[in-house]
Design a protein around this ligand. Structure first.
Ligand code: ADP
Ligand code: ADP
Length: 233
């Protein structure tokens, strides 16, 4: 479970240059849920996601993962916690000089897992995302949708509790988007995960999310089940 409690984020030390990016965010994402945060550019979506993977520290408020307050952790505990967070990106962030197998193996190599474990795990994951026959290819030999499948396999390699999706389908055409969303639904069914996705694409939220929060100017202006939020009263 992922919880934001009254999270504020202000960028900049000097008063005249400060940017208020988040103003009192409260949200709860339960295990097994796909929670979407939708908003225009500049609304605060990236800042929100960066407060979960701890690329940014909130100026005030709490971010809790399974009741653990991320801001109270020691550097060592933080490194452990980070392994429980998988992330996928708009531009996939794959290593171009590495094969598909090596890309998915990377987080496991960094964790010091054995060769046998890595081989088994990566093969399983590539088969799960439907790319076992592309293992020895390089990212540039794949389509956008296939690259995102590799990104998803890599994000799942360390058995995370939380999967963060940062505009994960924004670079894809509609039919590829649909197939990646279908894969995310399958991820939700087969892995014990909490999924938070940020996007500016309303149709993505409607297709795949259980709950949605609409963010504007760093504030959540509407929040609820997708059916409630998208149904006109
Ligand atoms: P979104 O992801 O919805 O486009 P962001 O979280 O990137 O929104 O940005 C929210 C606000 O914070 C914007 O006004 C943006 O310019 C500002 N901002 C984001 N990152 C930084 C940063 N590192 N330094 C200063 N301002 C930032
Ligand atoms: P997105 O909206 O897709 O997040 P942005 O162009 O807003 O893309 O942000 C890209 C990167 O630049 C992020 O790391 C963000 O934190 C940083 N950034 C955004 N706005 C500012 C800003 N005003 N000053 C400094 N860094 C910023």
């Amino acid at each position: 479970m992922l919880v934001f409690q009254d999270v504020h984020k202000v960028y900049g030390k000097h008063k005249e240059k400060q940017v208020v990016a988040l103003q009192g965010i409260n949200l709860t994402v339960n295990k097994g849920e796909i929670f979407g945060v939708v908003g225009f550019s500049g609304a605060g979506k990236s800042t929100l996601i960066r407060c979960v993977n701890l690329l940014e520290r909130p100026t005030s408020g709490k971010v809790l993962i399974n009741d653990v307050d991320l801001l109270t952790l020691s550097p060592k505990e933080l490194r452990e916690q980070r392994k429980k967070i998988g992330m996928i990106f708009q531009n996939y962030n794959l290593l171009h000089s590495k094969t598909i197998f090596q890309n998915v193996a990377m987080p496991l190599i960094l964790e010091g897992k054995s060769k046998e474990y890595i081989k088994k795990k990566v093969t399983e994951l590539l088969s799960f995302v439907g790319l076992e026959d592309r293992m020895n290819h390089y990212p540039e030999q794949l389509s956008g949708g296939q690259k995102q499948r590799v990104g998803i396999a890599r994000a799942l390699a360390t058995d995370p509790d939380i999967l963060l999706c940062d505009e994960a389908t924004s670079a894809l055409d509609p039919s590829t988007t649909e197939s990646v969303l279908e894969l995310l639904r399958k991820v939700r069914e087969e892995f014990d995960l909490t999924i938070l996705m940020i996007t500016h694409e309303m149709n993505v939220i409607r297709d795949v999310c259980d709950k949605v929060a609409v963010i504007e100017g760093g504030k959540i202006v509407e929040q609820g089940s997708v059916i409630d939020v998208f149904t006109e009263p």
